[in-house]
Design a protein around this ligand. Structure first.
Ligand SMILES: [Fe+2]
Length: 395
């Protein structure tokens, strides 16, 4: 029998997500409206744009350490806000509900000008209506972050590109490194999801600000988790209440002691039915992109139930809204003014609709995203569903 000598092997690990640290040189490709906004608000583009963090974690244990606890300073801003939202609505020209169950547009207000009372009322409105739209905005990247910090700890992503720490760049030209595939065959083209639900404290309010808008297409779809819960029978609702589900991260990292296992997702457990702390309404907290299994069930049972729940979200158009970023179209200068959409991830799924082509100047979609993390949202057995609380079935 021959002796096997132990040998050391050195392996150079590359980030499994295929990203590079630091500045990228895409500033020359910025759409003109974005460039004007960044220059107006003093963003230095001389070193490049955008910038990824300098020390992107490679290992799962390092990624798990990021924000791995409840934020003791978190304040749920919508609690105690005026139910009539007088301070917010009094300054608006118009407040329009976009569908019966989800989505409201506020016309004639600048987010940049809102005071804390108005922001509290806006948090309440988002909790009730899930998604709120503001068009024709003039919003600095700095103020965007300030509003986000008011609503919670701003998520600073360990690897996505940013304009400022905590303001993620959403720009297909950069993120995809090429033109968008504007039409996909088959039934898998849509990617309904919830942002950052793998975090210990999942995303609360996300504020997406588009400063370059395609002349057609690039809409975003949203679905209400409250209404999805209300679509279920009372006995199925009871079965789901108290269950927990595992949510995986979008990005992957290596297991330090088992590199050969390959890149792995972070996984965290959250209540499957949650009670929103502001409205007190129950919501389904699942999505097809990140929720991998229901704890305590056999794999087949879990797969079947998750597929059904995700079908309830995707197939009921009465609980969805499709936000069109173009609004009334370009102004006299031919430019569509920036639009902000704020939504609550704890009670919704959303999808960016990939039906536009960003290969020419007038059709580039460029956005900054600021996400305010909440604290883990729990199920309250005493809480009610939206229809129950509002008495909608009695009318
Ligand atoms: Fe998203």
């Amino acid at each position: 029998m021959s002796k096997v000598q132990s040998q050391s092997i050195s392996i150079e690990l590359k980030n499994p997500n295929g990203v590079k640290e630091g500045y990228e040189d895409y500033s020359g490709k910025l759409p003109s409206t974005t460039r004007k906004r960044l220059e107006k608000y003093g963003i230095d583009l001389s070193k490049g744009y955008p910038k990824r963090p300098n020390e992107i974690p490679l290992f799962l244990d390092d990624a798990y350490k990021i924000r791995n606890q409840v934020n003791p300073e978190y304040v749920e801003r919508g609690i105690g806000a005026d139910p009539e939202k007088k301070a917010l609505f009094s300054g608006a020209k118009q407040v329009v509900n976009l569908t019966k169950y989800i989505g409201t547009e506020i016309i004639g207000l600048q987010l940049q000008d809102l005071n804390e009372k108005q922001l509290d009322e806006l948090a309440l409105l988002i909790a009730e209506r899930v998604v709120v739209v503001f068009r024709d905005q003039d919003l600095s990247p700095q103020k965007h972050l300030e509003i986000g910090s008011y609503y919670g700890e701003v998520e600073v992503h360990p690897l996505t590109a940013q304009v400022l720490p905590g303001s993620t760049v959403v720009w297909d030209k950069f993120n995809r490194g090429g033109p968008l595939i504007e039409f996909q065959k088959g039934a898998s083209g849509s990617y309904w999801h919830t942002d950052l639900d793998h975090e210990f404290s999942p995303a609360g309010i996300t504020h997406l600000h588009l400063d370059s808008i395609p002349s057609v297409g690039g809409d975003t779809g949203y679905i209400s988790g409250y209404a999805a819960f209300d679509k279920l029978s009372p006995s199925f609702q009871k079965f789901l209440e108290g269950k927990k589900a595992i949510h995986k991260s979008a990005h992957r990292y290596y297991k330090r002691d088992d590199l050969l296992a390959g890149p792995q997702h972070l996984e965290r457990e959250h209540d499957l039915v949650v009670t929103h702390p502001v409205t007190g309404w129950k919501s389904l907290f699942v999505n097809p992109a990140h929720v991998v299994r229901i704890v305590g069930l056999e794999r087949d049972e879990s797969d079947l139930i998750l597929k059904y729940l995700n079908d309830v979200f995707a197939k009921n158009l009465d609980i969805q809204v499709r936000i069109n970023w173009q609004g009334s179209g370009p102004g006299e200068d031919g430019i569509i003014k920036p639009v902000s959409v704020l939504w609550d991830n704890r009670i919704s799924q959303h999808v960016a609709i990939p039906d536009y082509n960003d290969s020419w100047e007038g059709s580039v979609r460029h956005a900054h995203r600021v996400t305010s993390l909440s604290i883990p949202t729990k199920f309250d057995p005493e809480s009610k569903s939206q229809r129950e609380a509002l008495g909608l079935d009695k009318k």
